[in-house]
Structure formats: C-alpha cells, structure tokens
Design a protein around this ligand. Structure first.
Ligand code: MN
Ligand code: MN
Length: 466
C-alpha cells in the first residue's frame, strides 16, 4: 500500500480524539471563555446547595419560569419550576409532544464536599474558641487545614423565623481556619498514613481568641463569640441545634494558567454541570419536541439519601404531575424518558499517571465526557448505559459539533465512584453520565477546562432539542 493510502485509511478507521479536540479548541475558545464568565459568577454566589438553588431560581424566574401548580394546565413552550425545600430544583419547558411520550432530563447536583458544623459546635479550649465539624462527602482531610474558610448556612429559630448566615466572602469580612502542626513538631504525624494524619475529630475550626471584657475566667472567649453571634444574628447557643451551617473554602473562582484556559474554584463538582444544565434550559428559544427538564439535586455526595436527594420521590412526582396534567400516566412518561446524568469525571492527571488507564480516561480540554458506567470492581453499583443509548448520544453530539470524549473513573480495581444515574435508571428511563472532566476532584480548589464547561452546555442544549 502507498503511504498516503495508509494515512487515509488510518484517518477513516482510527479514533483520533486529540486532533478533533485541538481543532474544536481553536474554533470555540472565545465562546467558551465568554460562557465561563457567567459560570465564575455563579460559582462565587452559590457555594452551598441552598445558595445554588436560590441563584438558579433567580435566573429562571428572570427567564419567565413560573411556579408549577398541579391545578393548572400548561401548553407547549410554558416554563415551570418546582422548588424542593430550597435545596433542590426542577425546571421544565413543556414540549410539543405529550409528556407521556417521554421527557429529556439533565440532572446535576448542587451539593459539594464541605465541613458541616455539628449540632453542638461551639467550645473553648485553652483560651481559643472553636467550632466542631462533621465532614460532608468524600474529602482528603489534610487538604482542609490551613486554608481560609467561610461559613454559610441557615439557623432556624423556635418561632418559625430563620437567619441566613454568610461570613468570609467579602473582602473586609473575617475568615476561619483549621490549624496544622508545624513541620518542626510533625515527626510522628508525618509517619502516619496520609489518610490518618488528620482525623475527623481533628477538623475543628478556629473562630476566636479574645476573652470577653478582658476577663480570664472559664469560657470567656466562647462567651465573647456567643455575644457577637447574638448581637449580629439574634441567636443563642441552643439555636445551633436547628441550624445547617457549612464551612467552605473562602476562595473565589480564578482563571488558571497564562493562557487562561482553565478555572480553579471550590465546588466544580458538580456546579460545573449544574450551571450548563441550568443555562441550557433557560436559553431554550422554542418549545422542544419532548418536555425538557433540568434537575438540580442535593445530597449526591452522601449517596442521594434524604428528601432532597435523588433517591427521594420528588423528581418522579414532578414528572408524574406533568403527565397527569395532560391526562397521561406518569409511569409511561418515565419509561419513555431519556436522561443525561450530568456529573463530573476524573480528568487524566499527568502528575499521577499510575491510577489512570490512559486509553480510557478523559482529558482536560478534550470536551464533555460520556461515561458509560461508573461503579467499582466488576462494575458494582452502576446502571451501565446501553450501547443503543450511547449511540444515540454520540450521534446527537457529532451532528451538532459538540466536542466529546469518553472516560472511565481510573484504572479497574483502583477505586471507583457513583452518580445519580442508577437512581434514574431505577425509574425505567434511559440514562448515561455526561459531564465535565475535573482535576483535583473533591479538593477545596478544583480545576476544569473552559472548553469542557462550554461543551457541557452545548451537549445539554442539543440533547434537549432532540
Ligand atoms: Mn459529582
Ligand atoms: Mn463528587
């Protein structure tokens, strides 16, 4: 065979994701950079699940979404939302086909790993005041020491009132911090396994050092803190019992790299899919054929349990209510539904090649990642998308020039993970994971590529149109 013939054959038969990615990057970077301006704003204004729902709702209402009512009849093109307890949100644009014909779902989660305050968090130890915490989601504990932390959340009072607290985000506000040992005295700590160097009970946040009125008596630093909290928010110590306060990294989102091609921020997992899924439904210009639904869910990082997590009936009920409004059956609507489980995947990290299988890993800047299955070991705990649905998705993406790639979460038997996909599959719908590759996933500061964020947005938009 001639050399050119061989080259042509290679081109037509081999998968060359690198070349496609380089070309798409050249063509789309300006648009990606522009889209990510809105994403960075979203990151900075929505660091918790509650704040993400509040911000998403604000954007949706501005775009004409109305509160869903079971009594009302909706027509094609109508935009409705269902707010689940302020921590999860369903947004729908009614399709021209009946809801019973199936919906097109994009589901992302808006909770991220963090440090929750314990129900009885405040104490003083040897002249310093602290909050006890209980970590939420999978974290590497050592990463959460010696970084500035902010406190976000809600305190519910006995009389039905509540106060929202957010301290440590504005320039002039104080931050909080978990201390670590100096290297000079760390010989014993450094000899421990990385996972044991910092313990869960060791994640105590430093919040004060000044005794009230210069009094050296017991608990005077704690009393001073409680007085400040009472003056600022009208709360007493017992009000912590009915509070959800979350310590999160105080950093803002930044462009990363001289070329500004990436974004570093807290909580990309999974607001990096939540924001594109939100914008995809908000910016829908005409009524889709099938009812489009974006779901921003809570509690994914702890297994999707709880009434705001996807194992609860809220999303199923919402779709059933939509079907019923047209005299249809919810279970038929669910069976006919197709879903992109919009969650992140681990980007191949050249610093740690040993845990990845390069041929089957997604890379930063390679586009949105389709993950056929998650799980661990012999595919335990995954819904494993069908070949048919994989083909459908890649056709949609290829036809609309969405840059995409595929990837597994690391090497076989090295670890594993899961998403909400399996809970959607349990409703008898077709589902596959589609999301953005992330470096340093679950760290206080995660990295994504702007191009991939934009391609996630394009992927969800095109999926809704089909
Ligand atoms: Mn996730
Ligand atoms: Mn996660």
């Amino acid at each position: 065979m001639e050399k050119t013939e061989i080259e042509e054959l290679k081109k037509s038969l081999f998968l060359d994701q690198k070349e496609t990615a380089a070309k798409a990057s050249e063509e789309n970077f300006a648009a990606a950079d522009e889209f990510c301006k809105g994403y960075k704003k979203f990151l900075n204004s929505a660091k918790t699940e509650r704040e993400a729902v509040t911000e998403a709702l604000k954007q949706a209402k501005k775009a004409g979404f109305k509160k869903f009512s079971r009594e009302e009849k909706y027509a094609a093109g109508d935009k409705v939302y269902f707010n689940n307890r302020g921590k999860a949100l369903c947004l729908a644009v009614i399709g021209t086909e009946k809801v019973e014909a199936g919906t097109r779902l994009s589901i992302a989660h808006v909770d991220s790993p963090r440090l929750d305050l314990k129900p009885n968090p405040l104490y003083e130890n040897d002249g310093l005041a602290y909050f006890k915490t209980h970590y939420y989601g999978g974290i590497k504990k050592y990463q959460w020491t010696t970084i500035p932390l902010a406190l976000h959340g809600r305190v519910c009072l006995k009389n039905g009132r509540y106060v929202d607290i957010c301290v440590g985000e504005k320039e002039d506000e104080p931050r909080f911090c978990i201390t670590d040992l100096l290297p000079h005295l760390s010989a014993e700590q450094s000899s421990r396994k990385l996972s044991e160097a910092i313990t869960g009970e060791g994640l105590n946040i430093l919040i004060g050092s000044l005794p009230l009125g210069g009094d050296s008596g017991a608990d005077m630093v704690k009393l001073n803190i409680m007085k400040i909290l009472n003056d600022s928010y009208g709360i007493k110590e017992e009000d912590f019992l009915s509070a959800e306060l979350e310590a999160v990294p105080a950093e803002k989102a930044y462009d990363i790299g001289f070329d500004r091609s990436m974004i570093g921020a807290y909580g990309h997992d999974d607001r990096v899919c939540a924001y594109p899924a939100l914008r995809a439904i908000i910016e829908m210009e005409e009524a889709p054929k099938y009812t489009a639904v974006t779901v921003l869910t809570d509690k994914e990082e702890t297994g999707s349990d709880g009434n705001t997590g996807l194992q609860s009936a809220y999303m199923k009920n919402f779709i059933c209510d939509l079907a019923k409004m047209q005299g249809g059956k919810g279970r038929i609507a669910l069976s006919n539904s197709k879903c992109l489980s919009a969650d992140v995947n681990a980007a191949y990290d050249p610093n740690y090649p040993e845990v990845y299988e390069k041929r089957n890993s997604c890379v930063l800047g390679g586009g949105v990642c389709i993950t056929k299955y998650t799980g661990a070991r012999g595919k335990g705990g995954t819904s494993d998308a069908s070949a048919e649905f994989m083909a459908e998705c890649r056709t949609i993406f290829d036809e609309s020039n969405v840059l995409w790639q595929t990837g597994e979460l690391g090497k076989v038997d090295i670890g594993g993970g899961g998403t909400v996909a399996k809970y959607v599959a349990n409703l008898d719908a077709d589902v596959v994971d589609v999301g953005v590759p992330v470096l340093s996933m679950h760290a206080p500061f995660e990295i994504v590529s702007k191009l991939d964020v934009y391609m996630a947005y394009r992927a969800f938009s095109e999926f809704f149109k089909k």
